[in-house]
Design a binder for this molecule. Sequence first.
Ligand SMILES: [Zn+2]
Length: 255
Amino acid sequence: MKLSLSNGLFSKLRIDANFAAVKQLGFENIEFNMKSIRKEHDRDVYREQKALAASGLNCLTLHSAILHVKDPIEVHQAVYYGKISLECARALGVSLMTVHSNASKKMPRNLRERCLNEIFNEEIKPFAKKLGIKLALENLSYTSTGFGKNVEQLEEVLQVIDDGSMGITFDLCHALETRHVESLLDKYGSRVCNVHMADKSHVPFTKPKPELTAFLTRLRRYGYDGPVTLELSHKTPVQEIAKSKALFDKLLSDF
Ligand SMILES: [Zn+2]
């Protein structure tokens, strides 16, 4: 498994400073979170591309910009966010993009299905395919405005959007918060291609905990060998990030 850091927690910094902060902590790999880009400047992707090359960091995955649509009138906007994220993934040479369902949990089922179809089947999936980028659907928390926090909800989404190629981004923080770690692993363990790693409330793990080692052990049993992406609250003090890195440097060498 490869340790990685989501650069979303430094999203208030300009991109060079953002990457420098990641490097200063000793990380080699990142997940690029689209929070770090202003949506109104599409050509920013070239700037990010240059900054990444200059930083020497490896970008393993990209977290899409996302709108949880409440009404079909907003579909075009969610499509725009998804496509500019794919453009950025291409510029950064990334082949895996994390997505949410893009559907608000408040939308009725029939509209949800229509929006999922229009966003993914008609627009984002064909574009991702053209660029050779795999999509990985993330499990959400109960605090999210989006739909897709447990197996039942994710199955409903996958029934509309999955053609057998959709991967899963397993967010351990969200699964701990919703208490669905076991059921999500039972269902999707073999399809995981990215892990978002944090304790509840996106607080970093700084000491081994039974639920953490149990999770890593089960993932390993499924043959998981991909990124373990620390996805932390932007309020996390630098010392805590460093402690978490030290913990995972040690833990992951055992897996
Ligand atoms: Zn996440």
